[in-house]
Design a protein around this ligand. Structure first.
Ligand code: ATP
Length: 363
Protein backbone atom coordinates (compact mmCIF):
# COMPACT_ATOMS: atom_id res chain seq x y z
CA UNK A 1 0.00 0.00 0.00
CA UNK A 2 1.19 3.48 -0.90
CA UNK A 3 1.81 5.82 2.04
CA UNK A 4 3.47 8.80 0.32
CA UNK A 5 2.77 9.93 -3.20
CA UNK A 6 4.49 12.89 -4.83
CA UNK A 7 2.78 13.73 -8.09
CA UNK A 8 4.19 16.04 -10.75
CA UNK A 9 5.93 18.32 -8.26
CA UNK A 10 7.68 21.51 -9.42
CA UNK A 11 9.78 23.75 -7.19
CA UNK A 12 11.97 26.73 -8.09
CA UNK A 13 13.92 29.30 -6.11
CA UNK A 14 14.03 32.41 -8.25
CA UNK A 15 15.26 31.28 -11.64
CA UNK A 16 16.72 28.06 -10.30
CA UNK A 17 14.40 25.15 -10.94
CA UNK A 18 15.18 22.38 -8.47
CA UNK A 19 12.30 20.04 -9.35
CA UNK A 20 10.17 19.74 -12.43
CA UNK A 21 7.36 17.21 -12.82
CA UNK A 22 8.77 14.86 -10.21
CA UNK A 23 6.72 11.81 -9.29
CA UNK A 24 7.53 9.32 -6.57
CA UNK A 25 5.65 6.69 -4.61
CA UNK A 26 6.64 5.16 -1.27
CA UNK A 27 5.04 2.03 0.14
CA UNK A 28 3.89 1.46 3.67
CA UNK A 29 6.54 -0.16 5.87
CA UNK A 30 9.50 0.17 3.51
CA UNK A 31 12.81 1.89 3.99
CA UNK A 32 13.11 4.06 0.90
CA UNK A 33 16.25 6.05 0.14
CA UNK A 34 16.68 9.06 -2.10
CA UNK A 35 20.26 8.93 -3.29
CA UNK A 36 21.90 11.57 -5.42
CA UNK A 37 24.84 13.97 -5.71
CA UNK A 38 25.14 17.01 -3.50
CA UNK A 39 22.74 19.80 -4.45
CA UNK A 40 20.42 17.64 -6.59
CA UNK A 41 17.35 18.54 -4.54
CA UNK A 42 16.96 15.69 -2.03
CA UNK A 43 16.54 17.93 1.00
CA UNK A 44 14.15 20.21 -0.89
CA UNK A 45 11.98 17.20 -1.71
CA UNK A 46 12.01 16.06 1.91
CA UNK A 47 11.09 19.55 3.09
CA UNK A 48 8.22 19.61 0.58
CA UNK A 49 6.93 16.30 1.93
CA UNK A 50 7.38 17.44 5.54
CA UNK A 51 5.50 20.65 4.75
CA UNK A 52 8.34 23.10 5.50
CA UNK A 53 8.17 24.20 1.85
CA UNK A 54 5.29 24.56 -0.58
CA UNK A 55 5.51 23.23 -4.14
CA UNK A 56 4.87 25.57 -7.09
CA UNK A 57 2.82 22.84 -8.76
CA UNK A 58 1.84 19.22 -8.24
CA UNK A 59 0.33 17.32 -5.34
CA UNK A 60 1.61 15.45 -2.30
CA UNK A 61 -0.47 12.73 -0.63
CA UNK A 62 0.24 11.15 2.76
CA UNK A 63 -1.86 8.12 3.57
CA UNK A 64 -4.19 8.95 0.66
CA UNK A 65 -4.86 12.45 1.97
CA UNK A 66 -3.78 15.50 -0.01
CA UNK A 67 -1.35 17.52 2.13
CA UNK A 68 -0.06 19.88 -0.59
CA UNK A 69 -1.96 21.01 -3.64
CA UNK A 70 -1.21 24.62 -4.56
CA UNK A 71 -3.71 24.60 -7.45
CA UNK A 72 -6.44 23.51 -5.06
CA UNK A 73 -5.24 25.89 -2.34
CA UNK A 74 -4.40 23.05 0.07
CA UNK A 75 -1.44 23.19 2.46
CA UNK A 76 -1.52 21.06 5.59
CA UNK A 77 0.94 22.29 8.23
CA UNK A 78 3.94 20.08 9.16
CA UNK A 79 2.64 19.17 12.63
CA UNK A 80 -0.56 17.77 11.10
CA UNK A 81 1.16 15.47 8.61
CA UNK A 82 1.91 12.66 11.11
CA UNK A 83 5.61 12.52 10.22
CA UNK A 84 8.69 12.15 12.40
CA UNK A 85 11.52 14.30 11.11
CA UNK A 86 15.28 14.18 11.70
CA UNK A 87 17.04 16.81 9.64
CA UNK A 88 20.76 17.50 9.56
CA UNK A 89 20.19 21.03 10.86
CA UNK A 90 17.39 19.99 13.15
CA UNK A 91 19.75 19.42 16.06
CA UNK A 92 18.85 18.74 19.68
CA UNK A 93 18.38 21.77 21.90
CA UNK A 94 21.56 22.35 23.94
CA UNK A 95 19.87 23.82 27.01
CA UNK A 96 17.41 20.95 27.46
CA UNK A 97 18.06 17.54 29.02
CA UNK A 98 17.62 14.39 26.97
CA UNK A 99 14.22 13.89 28.63
CA UNK A 100 13.01 17.41 27.80
CA UNK A 101 14.34 17.27 24.25
CA UNK A 102 12.50 14.02 23.56
CA UNK A 103 9.36 15.15 25.37
CA UNK A 104 9.13 18.53 23.64
CA UNK A 105 6.73 17.53 20.80
CA UNK A 106 4.37 15.96 23.37
CA UNK A 107 4.57 19.02 25.64
CA UNK A 108 3.58 21.25 22.71
CA UNK A 109 0.71 18.87 21.95
CA UNK A 110 -0.35 19.20 25.64
CA UNK A 111 -0.13 15.48 26.36
CA UNK A 112 -0.88 14.81 30.09
CA UNK A 113 2.23 14.58 32.30
CA UNK A 114 2.03 10.88 33.20
CA UNK A 115 1.43 9.77 29.65
CA UNK A 116 4.22 12.08 28.46
CA UNK A 117 6.65 10.51 30.92
CA UNK A 118 5.80 6.95 29.85
CA UNK A 119 6.08 7.74 26.17
CA UNK A 120 9.35 9.65 26.55
CA UNK A 121 10.91 6.83 28.58
CA UNK A 122 9.74 4.25 26.02
CA UNK A 123 11.20 6.31 23.19
CA UNK A 124 14.51 6.78 25.01
CA UNK A 125 14.69 3.04 25.62
CA UNK A 126 13.98 2.33 21.96
CA UNK A 127 17.15 4.14 20.92
CA UNK A 128 19.25 2.56 23.70
CA UNK A 129 19.66 5.68 25.83
CA UNK A 130 18.03 4.57 29.10
CA UNK A 131 19.79 6.00 32.15
CA UNK A 132 20.93 9.16 30.33
CA UNK A 133 17.63 11.09 30.59
CA UNK A 134 19.04 13.83 32.83
CA UNK A 135 22.10 14.57 30.71
CA UNK A 136 22.51 17.69 28.62
CA UNK A 137 23.53 17.31 24.94
CA UNK A 138 27.00 18.69 25.80
CA UNK A 139 27.48 15.62 28.00
CA UNK A 140 26.74 13.25 25.13
CA UNK A 141 28.74 11.94 22.18
CA UNK A 142 27.74 12.83 18.61
CA UNK A 143 26.12 9.42 18.15
CA UNK A 144 24.16 9.77 21.38
CA UNK A 145 22.91 13.21 20.32
CA UNK A 146 21.77 11.70 17.06
CA UNK A 147 19.88 9.05 19.04
CA UNK A 148 18.15 11.80 21.01
CA UNK A 149 17.01 13.39 17.74
CA UNK A 150 15.71 9.98 16.63
CA UNK A 151 13.88 9.44 19.92
CA UNK A 152 12.33 12.90 19.62
CA UNK A 153 11.09 12.07 16.14
CA UNK A 154 9.71 8.70 17.31
CA UNK A 155 7.92 9.92 20.42
CA UNK A 156 4.77 11.00 18.59
CA UNK A 157 4.40 7.49 17.05
CA UNK A 158 4.69 8.70 13.47
CA UNK A 159 3.77 6.32 10.68
CA UNK A 160 6.55 7.77 8.54
CA UNK A 161 10.03 8.99 9.49
CA UNK A 162 11.90 11.42 7.26
CA UNK A 163 15.65 11.24 7.84
CA UNK A 164 17.96 13.69 6.12
CA UNK A 165 21.60 12.52 6.22
CA UNK A 166 21.35 11.96 9.96
CA UNK A 167 24.70 10.16 10.10
CA UNK A 168 26.87 12.65 8.21
CA UNK A 169 28.56 14.15 11.24
CA UNK A 170 29.46 10.82 12.83
CA UNK A 171 32.76 9.01 12.49
CA UNK A 172 32.97 6.00 10.18
CA UNK A 173 32.55 3.30 12.88
CA UNK A 174 29.57 4.98 14.48
CA UNK A 175 27.97 5.62 11.12
CA UNK A 176 28.23 1.96 10.30
CA UNK A 177 26.71 0.95 13.66
CA UNK A 178 23.91 3.54 13.50
CA UNK A 179 22.76 2.57 10.04
CA UNK A 180 22.06 -0.98 11.22
CA UNK A 181 20.27 0.40 14.26
CA UNK A 182 18.02 2.57 12.11
CA UNK A 183 17.20 -0.41 9.94
CA UNK A 184 16.46 -2.58 12.97
CA UNK A 185 14.28 0.09 14.53
CA UNK A 186 12.36 0.49 11.29
CA UNK A 187 11.67 -3.25 11.14
CA UNK A 188 10.78 -3.52 14.82
CA UNK A 189 8.34 -0.60 14.75
CA UNK A 190 7.13 -1.44 11.25
CA UNK A 191 7.28 2.21 10.21
CA UNK A 192 8.01 3.70 6.83
CA UNK A 193 11.37 5.45 6.53
CA UNK A 194 12.27 7.94 3.83
CA UNK A 195 16.01 8.43 4.02
CA UNK A 196 18.06 10.99 2.15
CA UNK A 197 21.77 10.61 1.55
CA UNK A 198 24.57 10.98 -0.99
CA UNK A 199 26.35 7.96 0.48
CA UNK A 200 25.96 4.87 -1.73
CA UNK A 201 27.07 2.41 0.94
CA UNK A 202 24.49 3.58 3.45
CA UNK A 203 21.81 3.54 0.78
CA UNK A 204 22.60 -0.03 -0.23
CA UNK A 205 22.79 -1.19 3.38
CA UNK A 206 19.50 0.16 4.67
CA UNK A 207 17.12 0.40 1.71
CA UNK A 208 14.33 -1.87 0.63
CA UNK A 209 14.11 0.37 -2.43
CA UNK A 210 15.99 3.45 -3.53
CA UNK A 211 15.66 6.19 -6.13
CA UNK A 212 18.71 7.63 -7.86
CA UNK A 213 18.52 11.34 -8.65
CA UNK A 214 20.80 13.19 -11.04
CA UNK A 215 22.15 16.75 -10.76
CA UNK A 216 19.00 18.14 -12.38
CA UNK A 217 16.76 16.53 -9.78
CA UNK A 218 15.44 13.89 -12.18
CA UNK A 219 14.91 10.36 -10.95
CA UNK A 220 16.96 8.09 -13.18
CA UNK A 221 15.99 4.77 -11.62
CA UNK A 222 13.97 3.31 -8.78
CA UNK A 223 14.55 -0.24 -7.62
CA UNK A 224 15.87 -2.51 -4.90
CA UNK A 225 19.60 -2.36 -4.09
CA UNK A 226 20.38 -5.35 -6.27
CA UNK A 227 18.58 -3.90 -9.30
CA UNK A 228 20.28 -0.53 -8.88
CA UNK A 229 23.75 -2.02 -8.52
CA UNK A 230 23.53 -4.93 -10.94
CA UNK A 231 20.96 -3.67 -13.47
CA UNK A 232 21.63 0.08 -13.74
CA UNK A 233 19.20 1.86 -16.05
CA UNK A 234 21.93 4.06 -17.50
CA UNK A 235 25.56 5.13 -17.24
CA UNK A 236 24.76 7.80 -14.64
CA UNK A 237 23.36 5.22 -12.22
CA UNK A 238 26.21 2.85 -13.03
CA UNK A 239 28.92 5.44 -12.30
CA UNK A 240 27.15 6.89 -9.29
CA UNK A 241 27.01 3.51 -7.53
CA UNK A 242 30.77 2.94 -7.46
CA UNK A 243 34.00 3.21 -9.41
CA UNK A 244 33.20 2.57 -13.04
CA UNK A 245 35.47 1.77 -15.95
CA UNK A 246 34.23 2.79 -19.37
CA UNK A 247 36.30 1.58 -22.29
CA UNK A 248 35.55 2.52 -25.87
CA UNK A 249 35.09 -0.43 -28.17
CA UNK A 250 35.30 -0.76 -31.89
CA UNK A 251 33.23 -3.31 -33.75
CA UNK A 252 34.16 -5.36 -36.71
CA UNK A 253 32.03 -8.40 -36.33
CA UNK A 254 33.73 -8.93 -33.00
CA UNK A 255 34.34 -6.24 -30.36
CA UNK A 256 37.83 -4.91 -29.67
CA UNK A 257 39.15 -2.32 -27.28
CA UNK A 258 39.85 0.85 -29.15
CA UNK A 259 43.59 1.00 -29.38
CA UNK A 260 46.42 -0.50 -31.29
CA UNK A 261 45.88 -4.14 -30.30
CA UNK A 262 44.00 -6.95 -31.96
CA UNK A 263 42.65 -8.89 -29.01
CA UNK A 264 38.88 -9.39 -29.17
CA UNK A 265 37.04 -8.77 -25.90
CA UNK A 266 36.14 -12.15 -24.39
CA UNK A 267 32.48 -11.29 -23.93
CA UNK A 268 29.51 -11.47 -26.22
CA UNK A 269 28.91 -8.05 -27.73
CA UNK A 270 25.39 -6.79 -28.32
CA UNK A 271 23.74 -7.68 -31.58
CA UNK A 272 23.54 -5.03 -34.28
CA UNK A 273 26.48 -3.06 -35.53
CA UNK A 274 25.98 0.35 -33.98
CA UNK A 275 28.92 2.64 -34.59
CA UNK A 276 30.03 3.38 -31.08
CA UNK A 277 30.07 1.08 -28.12
CA UNK A 278 31.42 1.52 -24.65
CA UNK A 279 31.95 -1.39 -22.28
CA UNK A 280 31.32 -0.62 -18.62
CA UNK A 281 32.46 -2.62 -15.62
CA UNK A 282 33.54 -2.19 -12.02
CA UNK A 283 37.02 -2.97 -10.65
CA UNK A 284 35.61 -6.09 -8.95
CA UNK A 285 34.13 -7.33 -12.27
CA UNK A 286 37.63 -8.03 -13.59
CA UNK A 287 39.45 -11.30 -12.95
CA UNK A 288 43.21 -11.03 -13.02
CA UNK A 289 45.63 -13.92 -13.52
CA UNK A 290 49.29 -14.51 -14.37
CA UNK A 291 48.43 -16.65 -17.40
CA UNK A 292 45.55 -18.38 -19.13
CA UNK A 293 42.86 -17.19 -21.50
CA UNK A 294 41.79 -13.58 -21.65
CA UNK A 295 43.25 -10.24 -22.63
CA UNK A 296 46.98 -9.75 -22.13
CA UNK A 297 47.82 -6.65 -20.16
CA UNK A 298 50.52 -4.86 -18.22
CA UNK A 299 50.27 -3.82 -14.57
CA UNK A 300 50.88 -0.06 -14.68
CA UNK A 301 50.22 0.64 -11.02
CA UNK A 302 49.83 -1.59 -7.95
CA UNK A 303 48.37 -0.12 -4.78
CA UNK A 304 47.94 -1.84 -1.44
CA UNK A 305 44.72 -0.53 0.17
CA UNK A 306 44.65 -2.83 3.21
CA UNK A 307 41.84 -5.30 2.54
CA UNK A 308 42.08 -4.76 -1.21
CA UNK A 309 44.75 -4.59 -3.89
CA UNK A 310 44.07 -1.96 -6.52
CA UNK A 311 45.69 -2.51 -9.92
CA UNK A 312 45.69 -0.26 -12.94
CA UNK A 313 46.13 -2.44 -16.00
CA UNK A 314 46.84 -1.41 -19.54
CA UNK A 315 45.34 -3.52 -22.30
CA UNK A 316 45.81 -2.46 -25.91
CA UNK A 317 46.17 1.16 -24.91
CA UNK A 318 43.09 1.18 -22.62
CA UNK A 319 43.51 1.65 -18.85
CA UNK A 320 41.44 -0.61 -16.63
CA UNK A 321 40.94 -0.13 -12.92
CA UNK A 322 40.72 -3.51 -11.17
CA UNK A 323 40.61 -4.72 -7.59
CA UNK A 324 41.20 -7.95 -5.74
CA UNK A 325 41.03 -8.94 -2.08
CA UNK A 326 44.51 -8.89 -0.60
CA UNK A 327 44.04 -12.30 1.06
CA UNK A 328 43.00 -13.83 -2.24
CA UNK A 329 45.89 -12.13 -4.03
CA UNK A 330 48.38 -13.62 -1.54
CA UNK A 331 46.78 -17.10 -1.55
CA UNK A 332 46.71 -17.27 -5.36
CA UNK A 333 50.10 -15.69 -6.04
CA UNK A 334 48.52 -12.56 -7.52
CA UNK A 335 50.46 -9.86 -5.66
CA UNK A 336 51.53 -8.09 -8.84
CA UNK A 337 54.27 -5.52 -9.09
CA UNK A 338 54.30 -2.60 -11.48
CA UNK A 339 55.59 -3.62 -14.88
CA UNK A 340 54.52 -7.29 -14.65
CA UNK A 341 52.45 -9.01 -17.33
CA UNK A 342 48.97 -10.29 -16.55
CA UNK A 343 45.86 -11.72 -18.17
CA UNK A 344 42.42 -10.41 -17.48
CA UNK A 345 38.89 -11.63 -18.07
CA UNK A 346 35.50 -10.23 -17.11
CA UNK A 347 32.98 -11.50 -14.59
CA UNK A 348 30.46 -8.96 -15.73
CA UNK A 349 30.29 -6.40 -18.50
CA UNK A 350 27.60 -3.92 -19.53
CA UNK A 351 27.35 -2.31 -22.96
CA UNK A 352 26.51 1.35 -23.31
CA UNK A 353 25.71 3.31 -26.39
CA UNK A 354 28.68 5.68 -26.63
CA UNK A 355 26.75 8.40 -28.45
CA UNK A 356 24.50 9.01 -25.50
CA UNK A 357 26.55 7.16 -22.89
CA UNK A 358 23.23 6.73 -21.18
CA UNK A 359 21.17 3.69 -21.93
CA UNK A 360 22.42 0.28 -21.05
CA UNK A 361 22.19 -1.92 -24.09
CA UNK A 362 20.64 -5.26 -23.20
CA UNK A 363 22.29 -8.23 -24.78
N1 ATP B 1 15.68 28.14 0.47
C1 ATP B 1 16.39 28.08 -0.66
N2 ATP B 1 16.60 29.16 -1.42
C2 ATP B 1 17.29 29.09 -2.58
N3 ATP B 1 17.86 27.99 -3.06
C3 ATP B 1 17.70 26.87 -2.34
C4 ATP B 1 16.97 26.84 -1.10
N4 ATP B 1 16.98 25.57 -0.63
C5 ATP B 1 17.69 24.84 -1.52
N5 ATP B 1 18.13 25.60 -2.54
C6 ATP B 1 18.91 25.13 -3.70
O1 ATP B 1 18.30 23.99 -4.24
C7 ATP B 1 19.25 23.04 -4.67
C8 ATP B 1 18.97 21.71 -4.03
O2 ATP B 1 19.29 21.77 -2.65
P1 ATP B 1 19.15 20.54 -1.66
O3 ATP B 1 19.49 21.03 -0.30
O4 ATP B 1 17.83 19.89 -1.84
O5 ATP B 1 20.28 19.56 -2.17
P2 ATP B 1 20.67 18.12 -1.63
O6 ATP B 1 20.47 17.17 -2.75
O7 ATP B 1 19.92 17.83 -0.37
O8 ATP B 1 22.21 18.29 -1.34
P3 ATP B 1 23.15 17.74 -0.13
O9 ATP B 1 23.35 16.28 -0.39
O10 ATP B 1 24.40 18.53 -0.31
O11 ATP B 1 22.43 18.03 1.16
C9 ATP B 1 20.61 23.62 -4.32
O12 ATP B 1 21.15 24.19 -5.48
C10 ATP B 1 20.31 24.67 -3.28
O13 ATP B 1 21.24 25.70 -3.34
Amino acid sequence: MEIIRVEGIAKSYGKHQVHNDLTLSIKQGECFTLLGPSGCGKTVLLRLIAGFETPDAGKIFIDNTVVSDPAGGITISPDRRGLGVVFQDYAVWPHMTVFDNVGYPLKIAKVPKNELKDRVMASIEMVGMSGLERRLPSELSGGQQQRVALARALVANPSVMLLDEPLTNLDANLREEMRFEIKELQRKLNITVLYVTHDQEIALAISDRLAIMDEEGRIRQTGNPWEIFERPADSFVFSFMGIANFIPVRRNGEAYLVGDGEQPIPWEAPKGDALNWVAGFRPSDVQIARQGTGLSGLVKRANFLGAMMDYLIEVDGAQLRTSLETHEAIARGLMFKEGEDCVISFRDLLWFNADSLKEVVKQ
